[in-house]
Design a protein around this ligand. Structure first.
Ligand SMILES: [Fe+2]
Length: 389
């Protein structure tokens, strides 16, 4: 077995109803916090937010609410949150919502305690230090794995660029994963965020930097997504399916924290950066068939293994044949969850590709892909992701 590193210091409170323990968990860390909450939750799940705020108050934690959170978080929003955190002298940041709210909370934890802005601490720039405020996550979707990852993804709208911080100091001190908070997520968001779980685990699994520890976690999570995502899309109130996805997502965060994504995230993130209406999950779904066609020959055994998880009838096929059918299997799965899409569907044309391609080649994720793409390869992957291709 090759040697590897594994680090996961997050205290996890997992299970239905665990949101009631927020106050007690936070009180062990801080007596005043910035409570970063997705504004959509204040409309559609106000009672759930109130429960968490009551739990904080009952435990003697003073909270300052910040709900200026946007989908695909922006640097501007993060800097406003950081200013409020500094002004109020908070000692921790609690994020409640999907990836946008929690990633905003993480970036605020850095921006409030370091010179410059959050953009100065992207993974290839300066490193956030241990001065970063402690972070507590209460996740309300299953998708980004951010509750157990060391990533915060956000966009600098002035540069039309979406990028990320990636550092151990961004690992949450506590993650509260309560599947009851997820039953009201609408089908399209369930499909989009649920497919993101698959991508985090699959890309960590095929990554050339993968490890034994992450392989087994990734396969466990992939099985859960395949069996439970179609169920949760069809019936959001199915708590067993929501629990399965919530655990898969939490495992996926560990995959991200210890290995990481490959080509699809490098190709997908600039699509959302330039076309913010394209959700992260959609940007991955649109690329996946062409990425799989480009890559499977570089990791035949692993593509074959996952193709057989999608379609057990492939058990009798050779590894080569099973791996070759992966692009078709992923297409069938995307259609099953209603997420199959082409770049044309978002109003994107081949003329829009130049800046997207430039940003895609700047992301390092593709270096861990079993087949490392040249710029021409990447352009072809985009071109094959149009309907006419
Ligand atoms: Fe992702």
């Amino acid at each position: 077995m090759k040697s590897f590193n594994y680090y996961q210091p997050t205290r996890l409170l997992f299970g239905a109803g665990r949101r009631a323990e927020t106050g007690a968990a936070v009180r062990e860390i801080a007596d005043i916090v910035l409570f970063v909450v997705d504004p959509t939750l204040l409309k559609v799940a106000a009672a759930r937010v109130a429960e968490v705020e009551e739990s904080l108050a009952a435990a003697g934690v003073r909270y300052v609410r910040f709900s200026d959170v946007v989908p695909n978080p922006t640097l501007d929003s993060i800097q406003r949150g950081a200013e409020l955190a500094r002004k109020e002298g908070v000692k921790a940041v609690v994020g409640m919502g999907g990836g946008s709210a929690i990633d905003t909370a993480k970036a605020i934890a850095v921006a409030a305690t370091h010179p410059g802005t959050a953009w100065d601490y992207l993974y290839f720039k300066k490193k956030p230090t241990s001065a970063t405020l402690p972070i507590v996550a209460i996740s309300t979707t299953s998708g980004t794995g951010t509750q157990t990852s060391k990533v915060s993804v956000f966009t600098n709208t002035a540069e039309n660029c979406k990028s990320a911080m990636w550092n151990d100091n961004l690992l949450c001190r506590v993650a509260i994963v309560d599947p009851e908070l997820m039953v009201s997520v609408p089908p399209r968001v369930t499909a989009s965020t649920g497919f993101d779980i698959f991508t985090h685990t699959f890309e960590s699994y095929i990554n050339t930097g993968a490890s034994e520890a992450v392989d087994s976690i990734a396969l466990d999570a992939i099985v859960r997504v395949i069996r439970s995502l179609p169920v949760a899309v069809a019936n959001g109130g199915n708590l067993a399916a929501r629990e399965d996805l919530a655990w898969a997502d939490t495992l996926a965060g560990q995959c991200l924290a210890n290995v990481g994504t490959t080509l699809p995230h490098a190709a997908g993130q600039p699509i959302s950066g330039h076309f913010p209406k394209v959700s992260h999950g959609e940007s991955l779904a649109v690329i996946y068939p062409a990425f799989a066609e480009f890559t499977w020959r570089g990791a035949v055994a692993k593509f074959a293994k996952v193709a057989r998880l999608f379609n057990p009838a492939l058990a009798a096929a050779s590894d080569e044949a099973a791996a070759a059918s992966f692009p078709l299997e992923i297409e069938k799965f995307l259609k099953l969850i209603g997420l199959y899409c082409r770049l044309d569907d978002f109003g994107i044309t081949p003329d829009d590709l130049a800046p997207i391609l430039k940003h895609a080649m700047e992301f390092p994720d593709s270096q861990g892909n079993p087949v490392v793409p040249s710029e021409d390869d990447m352009r072809n992957i985009y071109l094959r992701s149009f309907r006419a291709a």
